[in-house]
Design a protein around this ligand. Sequence first.
Ligand code: MG
Ligand code: MG
Length: 626
Amino acid sequence: MLPSIATVSVAGTLRDKLPAIAGAGFKGVEIFEQDLVAHDGSPREVGQMVRDHGLEVVLFQPFRDFEGLPEPHRRRAFARAERKFDLMGELGARDVLICSSVHPEALGGIDRMADDFAALGEIARTRDIRVGFEALAWGRHVFDHRDAWEVVRRADHPNVGLILDSFHTLARRIDPDTIRRIPGDRIFFVQLADAPAIDMDLLYWSRHFRVMPGEGDLDVTGFMRAVAATGYTGPVSLEIFNDQFRATAPRPVAEEGFRSLMALMDDVRRAEPAARLTLPAMPPRAPVEAVEFVEFAARGVEADQLESLFATLGFRAEGKHRTRDVTVWRQGAARLVMNRSRGDFAGSAYATHGAAVCDIGLRVADAAAVADRAAALGSVAYDQRRSAGEVPIPAFRGPGGELLHVLDPGLTPVWGIEFTPLPGDDTGVGITGFDHIAQTVGYEAMARSALFYQALFPLKRAPQVDVIDPDGLVRSLALSDAAGGLRITLNGAETRRTLAGNFLAESFGASVQHLALATRDLLATADALARRGFQALPMGANYYDDLAARFDLDPAFLARLRAANALYDEENGARFLQLYGRPQGSGLFFEIVERAPGYSGFGAPNAPYRIAAQKRLLRNAAVPRA
Ligand code: MG
Ligand code: MG
């Protein structure tokens, strides 16, 4: 299986695309004709450029409106094909994609089309070229891979084969298992793309909304499983037409594609063990047991303010790092780390974002296995300089630029090894651990961030919800695993006027905007917090009137919620209580939640009111900005 991608999938000119594609790990590239025509060098130079990057031209595409034409169009189509064959010779491309005709004068008839392909196959044979036929979902006569296969079968020529594209099959809701009946050696090329479920014109949907496999709603895995079951061993290539990708730097999109393709093929390899996929093995997805720590980079007054907030929240400074200016605070199973040091990753994170979350530690069963999987998906291991006696914890960059560390039972003694205990008693307000981490990213980076986590860990994605901010829309999606060891909400900010967008701008792209801590009894925790001087986000009276209308709540309970500024939601009778703190510095804040078993959400119905309350606070300048 040669991991490949079409040049149309990433932005820029060929000079930008090729290094990005090669750098991300791909081995093959489909040259999209438009990219070649727009290039200012000869096809021969392009071919050389591809090979200089260690890539192979696996396909030249597209060749349109070939089959089923009456004369004189037919003769012209053959002449056109011969010119493209000349070009392919210079380029060093062996395979060409012919997509099913949309020509207004194209005639139907499987045999007529098969005769055309047989004749073209004969010309191609003399040039050592192979011709692949793809059914476009909006083709005039052929719009189903089964018909395209029938044309290829009847053409019965060794230089004529089938090209499959997951979008065209799945968008028309054709059962991908019909592919299993096609001989693998008659399939010349396979293209993959996913797409969100939107009801719209097929052509428009395909040209603008394709996304990487795993980012949309199509069963690309089922499609690829069927392809793998045929014994197909050729290139598997991403062909993604997407407006956002066209407007994003090519390298991150290429990396996103590579991660998507590797994760998908690994899933296929596990589901179709008999398939002959030559793939480097990678460890399976393994669940995160818990968030072990969240680390902040801060200095001076900002660090003091954050640590004083940790104390108000009931955390206790438990250990001081033996060599670095790092303190660990703990309550229950939740650890907050304050890193004031200048030398390590936190130092550069602070220089970029100001006070912000710089590192997240995840507890897993086997840290090396997670790190291996991350590397196989394209993550680069981060090697932090360590002094003698420090524990080598695997780390790699997360989607928001933060460092993700993975710790297993062999590594969690780090707290006793690297830290000197500080005196004091555990008191606390009832925090038991972390409930979720809320990351804010630019809207264009949302799918990429979700893909990152889902490729690595067994996380389910809840449908995206739109959260109304008084100044714009914020899209939000949630990822969580079955046991709740890792829950992440991703907020995509489109404008900087939204709370999320403003946070991104003020923090120069920091990602963790809020941290939600878990308690078993939110109202008791709220009482304890109030005694410590914790200032909750004030919620308006209208919110509680609305709660009373939405839910059948005991008036005394409602009064307690209101007195505590707590928020409430329910899912199938399972309750969810939330308490928000006030935004710090660049806008980071804490949330405390009580989650009943069976509640799988994050209080999305409350989000617009919480955001409005936060903005009210900021506009009234009630919060001194650090
Ligand atoms: Mg295609
Ligand atoms: Mg939250």
